[in-house]
Design a protein. Structure first.
Length: 107
């Protein structure tokens, strides 16, 4: 069975890869623009209700990277990051699927 830290590490690597691909993060995994800026519209739409601004994203990435690197985290923080990373990954993956599907007329 995969432990929570390992699972969180895998999920955050996927989140980082998607965000690098979308130009939100640079190749080093840092925000590609000013932290007080807004998300690109497609990312904002995908993360609506999960992550409201880049500062929250940076916090999730920092905590998740700390978990991946084996730094001490309280069980509550680890659990919250685990849940949030899963939700963010699912939202980004759903957004990618929607972006790749043929356009359908919307009424």
């Amino acid at each position: 069975m995969v432990d929570m830290r390992t699972e969180l590490s895998l999920w955050i690597e996927c989140v980082e890869a998607i965000l690098i691909d979308r130009g939100v993060l640079d190749e080093d995994g840092q925000l590609a623009w000013e932290i007080d800026s807004q998300f690109p519209k497609e990312i904002e739409d995908a993360l609506d209700g999960f992550i409201e601004n880049p500062i929250e994203l940076v916090g999730l990435l920092r905590i998740s990277r700390d978990a991946r690197d084996g730094r001490p985290l309280s069980p509550a923080v680890l659990s919250a990051a685990h849940l949030m990373a899963r939700e963010v990954l699912q939202a980004l993956q759903s957004s990618e699927i929607a972006d790749e599907s043929p356009s359908m007329s919307r009424h």
